[in-house]
Design a protein around this ligand. Sequence first.
Ligand code: ADP
Ligand code: MG
Ligand code: MG
Length: 489
Amino acid sequence: MSTDKQDDGAMRLRWPIEDIVAFAKRYALTHGLLCLAPDTVDQATIVPFSLFPSPYSYSHFKFIWSIQIAYNRLYNRVSLDDEVLEKALSSVIPIDDFIARLWKIHRTSKRQQPIQLDIYRNDYMLDTKLNKMRQIEFNTISSAFAGLTGIVADLHKAVLHYAFDNCNVRELEIGEEKEKSTSTIDLILPNNALIKSAEAMIKAFELYNNPNACILFLIVPNERNICDQNALIDAIQKIRPNIRFHSKTFEQLIDELFYDEKTFNIHLKPSNDEIAIVYFRAGYIPDHYVNENCWLIREKIEQSRAIKCPTIRSQLAGCKIVQEYLTHDHIIEKYIDDKTLSTNIRSTFASMFTFDDQQTREKNINILRENVHSYVLKPNREGGGNNKYDDDILNTIKNEEKQLINYIAMEKIFPPVCTTCLIKPNGKHVLHVECINEIGIYGTMVTNVDTNEEHINEVTGYLVRTKTTDTNEGGVATGYSVLDCLDVS
Ligand code: ADP
Ligand code: MG
Ligand code: MG
């Protein structure tokens, strides 16, 4: 909903905006839209969110929803194709120690577990130049916020009822046709990202076939996003109360993980709980491996019989350089037989190029230098805050040209601007500010990579992150964006 509605006689705000902000914050606090406050272990604070849902094109949303199952399959197959992974990563393996180590563990680990569990999030922005959805990135590790995104939809429904007279909010099943005249109705889309992620994890747990085993969440030290993670644990335990969970950091596992070389099982000391699934919410940047022993833990997990979410090969498939490689001719068509689907997936690719090929390097540097505001420089890292824009790009070309090989250049997408109110902790809300949206589509897969059986391949839910137009980076955990939801009326 646009906050302009308050200027429309029929949809006047019923309360001063500060009252509505207070109402929304109370809702967030009582419904667990929370994370740990910085530098505390037992104080919660709200996760930043938008006061009203952002207006969005339903047809664009339905389009990215409709291709997600094929996208899941594509990334699953790429992750299983060593030849293509090696080709795509060939320029960075010799120069990027982090990728090289992951690659080495992958290549030296014999697979003991045919079941692969993936929780993906495919992020997009609407490109105003072409009026098309364009992919920003495909996350294969630690796809966060499935546990919180559904709360925002419920919060927005409650806020709209509270804030406006004659308010008519309706949930529209995704795919359902809209009625002709919906101008006075706010249409919110349901979000099953949480329950469907839980179901995928339960399916993988069943396939592991030891009801007494546990699920390990591998987390970062001082993890703040605990409500998001615990929502997933709660959702699983509601269905399977007997499954045990542990949350451990790499460093804790140095003392507590036991790897049985005969059975390839891993256990947690001192309980001796056998681990059925390792769910990685850490391990996607070099800093998470504070010493060599952390790398040994990663290696043991990869070599074990536990189901990994994700495997190292799946993590590597999510590298930005692989995303660039998939835009080359005739690559995705190898994995997707259906011509319409491969064309549709291709239509979401932004233009990208790299700097590893001697023959095109100079030309690509020149393109970048002369069109610096039209590109984003992205390294093979995750978690936000790593990209370069504008003057930073020029400085890199000028002072560290050799470093360019660590980056891909990606066409910058300019999404439509909407006006919204951003609610942040400690009264730092910003009212009526110009913003843009990034939409993530969650997908889950449980596959048997020996038989190619897809036990689960689903499109499960969505994430909306909104940030002011003057912010380049994204990410809620990094403080750039807020959680949001869509009004597709
Ligand atoms: P990360 O894995 O660190 O999240 P992303 O590719 O998502 O990396 O980049 C971080 C943020 O940078 C995105 O959330 C988005 O806001 C912005 N961004 C990335 N690529 C583009 C692009 N091509 N055009 C516009 N903004 C982009
Ligand atoms: Mg990412
Ligand atoms: Mg991202």
